[in-house]
Structure formats: structure tokens, C-alpha cells
Design a protein around this ligand. Sequence first.
Ligand SMILES: Cc1cc2nc3c(=O)[nH]c(=O)nc-3n(C[C@H](O)[C@H](O)[C@H](O)COP(=O)(O)O)c2cc1C
Length: 456
Amino acid sequence: MYRKIIKPLLFSLSIERAHRAVILLLRIIGLIPGGRWLLHKCYAVEHPALEREVFGIRFANPVGVAAGFDRNGEAFRELAAMGFGFVEIGTITPQPQSGNPRPRVFRLPRDRAIIHRIGLANRGLETSIRHLRKPHDGVIVGCNIGKNAATPAENAPADYLKLFRNLYQYADYFTVNISCDNACRDGSTHTREQILRILEPLFDFRRGQNQYRPVMLKVSPDMPDEVVDRVADILLETPLDGIVATNGTYCREGLQTSREALEEIGNGRLGGAPLTRRAVEIVRRIHTRSGGTFPIIGVGGLMTPDDVRAMLDAGADLVQLYTGYIYEGPGLVGEICRALIADEERRRAEAAKAEAEAKAAAAAAPAEASDTAPSKTADAAPGTPLPSPEAAAGSGTNAGNGTAEGAGNAKSADGVSGCGDIPAGHSEKSPETASGTSGEPAIPAGNAPEHPGKQA
Ligand SMILES: Cc1cc2nc3c(=O)[nH]c(=O)nc-3n(C[C@H](O)[C@H](O)[C@H](O)COP(=O)(O)O)c2cc1C
């Protein structure tokens, strides 16, 4: 239905118009009683094998909506009803901004890709808060935050802090977007000093809260490997919780689209199939360099269940879709979920078979046979069949809005040796003193541990 009817219809419109129409349609469906229930019935796949616990939050499945799709948080509940395990809204900037002149988003059907130079167009903090005041109903919401284009680089930390403070009570986690700035193509804003200037005030503010909100950093795929390593080291040495890798690329190598067409389109970040390899590579590098214990959200060119498998195998804990969703349609999330369930069932069947073979071998060994009592642990064996999706339905719902108190990432005590570098006493900072910016104070101050997971 999507490929035969809806996609040709949407692809006959400009991509921004089509996108606007989809968001509007979702909002209308959300207003109809039972609308979200129907979306859920049609698209969502629930199963215990899909559930993940990442940075202390329980996800019903690991497939999320990438930033840029619901920039203002207008349709996060409807997108979750369409089967996504979480929704990252934004990038939100403090003030509304119109972004770059249109046209600024382009389809490359021959490459199954999209180029965009939206320039973080969004309706600003206040509008996003208005949308986020709606009940979350267990939907896990990430807030992707960025600075206004008009804000000079030296004032960028104040923009990020204002967003963090004011969105703190509405977000389950944050993504700090430093890779979307027009000025940053190759990770040149990814220096330790620049990143820490933005992150430190957020960590200071978080120390004064009684609820923990994980902070992720979104990075560019165009970083040279040594910059990727530097970013991974920041994970090891600071209270940063994880990485979202990656944003779109400026690279145009190996595309099927003609050079003339590309020149006509001009500048912009490219997402979709040509990005898969580099995004997976970056995730693998960060995962390896950081010892494999930090949450990574893998995004970039995930067009099929196999792409998602590759991303998870590279070390991602969660994944996000954007361009793949545009090209493959709303069925893609269910397709990925069913593939992940099948993988898990296969793994369990193989483990059960291996265990049965080991038992048979042990029983056949005459000397041991007389000594060894039959195992009583068969029921608890890894081969225990998974409940069917039908039986699991209803039990696989989100576990709530991630209060995450006592949660945090999976860092071991060894993995956060740099935490001591953070000046002592920051945890006493109150929301009022944490920022010079105006806006409603976030939830009451407490003593949120910097790395709750670390204290376990
Ligand atoms: C039209 C469009 C708008 C986007 N806007 C944002 C944004 O505001 N903030 C952000 O962090 N990423 C943004 N992205 C990047 C995506 O979140 C994603 O990182 C990137 O497109 C790679 O994933 P994909 O290959 O699945 O598209 C945008 C992507 C597209 C195509």
C-alpha cells in the first residue's frame, strides 16, 4: 500500500511539503478518539525479545525516530504509536528560526538518499514545551538541542544550557547536537575544549537535580579517525553518557546521481543508503575505543533489517531511522522488529540445541553417567522458548517516563577515571544559579549522582 499508492503520492510533492502533510495527518489522527490505538494496532510489534534497558531507561524496542523528523515535538505520541521504541525530537533552538532558504531538502531516488541544508529550522523552545506538555503516555522522548544560528560561537554554551534547563522535566534523555552547524563539516567543532565548554554547564545543572537525564553527543560522520577517537575519549573522561552516531555526511563519493544534478542541488548533509558503511564504521570505532560499555545510538543509512543488524553488531544499543523511513515507509519499523525477534529466537534455539547436545554427550560418557545426576536446570536453560508476539502483546509496553533515578549509563568505575576532573561542589548548584538565562526552573534541586550506574 505504501509503496504502490502513498509513496508515489508523497514523492509527487516537494519533500518538505510531503513531510509537513505527514506530520499534520499524524496530528489529526492523534486527535481522533482511538486514533493512536489504531496506528498501534496496524504498525507496532511488541515482544519481550525487543526490549532493551539502556542508560537506565526501558525501551519497548530499539528502533527510534531520528532528529529532524519531528522537529517541534508535534507528533511524538503518534510516531510512537507507529511502532517506534522512542522519538528524538528537535533539533530545538532557544529562539524560533526559519533556517536556510527553500528549496533546501532534496531526494536522490537513484541513491535512496536525501540531501538537506535545513539549517535547524524549528519553532523554538516555547513551542516545543507546549507540545511536550501533552501526556507522554510512556513514550520515551529524547530532546535534541542546538544553538541558534545567530548566536556567536562564544555564547553557544548559554543556548545549550537554556534548552537543557527548560526541557529537563520533559525529556527522558538529551542529545547535544554539535554537528549540524553550517560551519562544521568535518568535525572541526569536535575539539575537546569546544565540546566541554558546552557540556560542563549541563553536567553542573544535572548535579543539582533529583532526576538523572542522560546526555548524548551527536557527531558528524565526516570526522577523521583521530577525531572519532578523541570523542570516544571524552566519553571515558567526562560524565557524558553516550554518543549518537551519526549525522548526515558532506561526502558525495560513489553516488549514482549525476554530477550535474548534485551541482544543482548544492551544499547539504546527505542521509540514506550511501551513508550506511561510514556510520557503522564510526559506531564500531567508538564502541571499541570506549571499551564497549557506553550507550551508542546508531543512525545513518539504516534502510533494511540487515543494516540495523550491522549497526547493532558494531556496538549500537539503539538505532534511529530517517531516510530509510521515507523510502521504505512505515512498515519498516515492524519489519526490523520482526527480524530482531527471529534473530533472538534463532539464537535461543541454537543455544538449546547446543545444551541438549552437551547433555547427551555427558550422558553417553559411561564414567560420568554413573556419577552425574540429571540436570534440574532444563527449565531455566537459554533454550526456553520465547512467548509468541500475541502472548507478549500488552506486556511489552514502555516502562514509563524514565525517571532514571539511580540509573545512568553502564560505565564501570574504571571507565570514568576522568570524573575526578570535574570541580567538586558543582552538585550543590541550584537550578536558579546554574544558568544566567531566564525561563521556568526545572524540577526541584536534589543531588542527582553524576554517574548513578557507576556507584553500583
Ligand atoms: C530533512 C532532514 C532533517 C534533519 N534534521 C536534523 C536535525 O534537526 N537535527 C539533527 O540532529 N539531525 C537532523 N537530521 C539528521 C538525521 O537525524 C540523521 O542523523 C541523518 O539523516 C542520518 O540518518 P539517515 O541516513 O537515516 O537519514 C536531519 C536529516 C534530514 C534528512
